[in-house]
Design a protein around this ligand. Structure first.
Ligand code: FAD
Length: 316
């Protein structure tokens, strides 16, 4: 039988937000201001990024604890494993579980500058899939293992923690810069699901077909977990140049031209992201994951434009 189409979900499309840990007191105060409307909108979860090589561990945890204590929104912790020993990574996972976090985005992370693939400084865990397995293993110290089927591998079983943890992983609709082929990206995603991931969140992209085509190919390859599109409203040409440089995506020439020509580039960026979001939902995406840059205006404007905001929950 064909694997279930995991993209349609019962309650209709969801939305979720990504935050980053604030780097100073002024940024923390600004985040406080934006968190109110983001939380009030009622997202499925809010994820908090993790600075390269653990640089933000304490601040990321503070934001996650704030969400746990003061809101009813499920917090999701990004974790990276590059450069960590098994013992260090296990300790880190235990610390987040102890804080009450049960939702993770497991990433391998980028090697620090100057470190090559295969270098000992890259640590014990070679891929995000190994971190997914380790999270299940550490969680199972608390709640015993159960056997669960492996999607795409009929009859096969793997051990999973008895209590449900959400373990999301990254997906790359246009290919990861280090990957040699789209097949390699699909194999990596399939391996992450086989390791126990139950949600994928995509790298940003600029055309709906890039994401929808990737989901089709992933389903054909046997991936059954939900794949959420990551959407970044880009509010200036300078920001577009920066995110293209960081993500390795191809510069979208038309969007760049429109941002450069506009008197009000923020409006152009929001309209572009809203059109993208609408096409994704029309194409069957089960939700939208919005990169917020710790601001609420643009992500809420996009959700409003596609009709996903309950007016009763939206600030004036
Ligand atoms: P993997 O899945 O292990 O690998 C990624 C891809 O690279 C795969 O397609 C794989 O096939 C290919 N690949 C891996 N190793 C090799 C190799 N040796 N040769 C050839 N190809 C290879 N980074 C942070 O530091 N903190 C964050 O909070 C964070 N959040 C993110 C959130 C999202 C939604 C996304 C998409 C990315 C995020 N990143 C973050 C960036 C991420 O760490 C990098 O993209 C990293 O390069 C890949 O991590 P991964 O978990 O996808 O790794």
């Amino acid at each position: 039988a064909a694997p279930p189409a995991a993209d349609a979900i019962a309650d209709g499309p969801t939305f979720s937000f990504e935050l980053y840990p604030p780097r100073n007191d002024a940024a923390a105060a600004a985040l406080q201001v934006s968190l109110g409307p983001l939380v009030a909108a009622g997202p499925e979860f809010i994820s908090v990024t993790y600075g390269a090589n653990g640089s933000s561990r304490g601040v990321s945890l503070d934001v996650l604890r704030h969400l746990l204590r003061n809101t009813d929104v499920k917090p999701m912790a990004h974790l990276t494993c590059v450069g960590s020993s098994y013992a260090e990574a296990s300790r880190l996972i235990r610390e987040f579980l102890d804080a009450g976090v049960t939702s993770f985005l497991a990433l391998r992370g980028d090697p620090p500058a100057g470190v090559e693939e295969g270098d000992v400084f890259l640590g014990d865990l070679r891929s995000a899939g190994e971190l997914v397995q380790l999270i299940h293993r550490v969680q199972a110290e608390r709640v015993p293992f159960v056997q669960v089927p492996i999607p795409g591998f009929p009859g096969a079983r793997r051990l999973a923690s008895g209590e449900k943890v959400t373990i999301a992983v990254a997906a790359f609709p246009n290919g990861h810069p280090r990957s040699r082929s789209i097949e390699q990206d699909l194999d990596t995603l399939l391996a992450k699901e086989a390791a126990g991931a139950n949600l994928a969140i995509s790298q940003l992209f600029f055309e709906a077909d890039e994401f929808l085509g990737f989901v089709d190919r992933a389903r054909a390859a046997g991936v059954t977990m939900r794949i959420l599109p990551g959407i970044m409203p880009v509010l200036s040409a300078a920001r577009l140049h920066r995110i293209v440089e960081l993500s390795g995506e191809t510069l979208p020439a038309m969007l760049l031209r429109d941002l450069e020509a506009a008197d009000d580039p923020a409006t152009v960026g929001i309209e572009h992201a809203s059109r993208l979001a609408a096409r994704l939902l029309d194409g069957g995406a089960s939700g939208l994951h919005l990169y917020t840059f710790n601001r609420h205006e643009a992500p809420l404007a996009v959700l409003g434009a596609v009709g996903l905001l309950d007016p009763a929950r939206t600030p004036a």
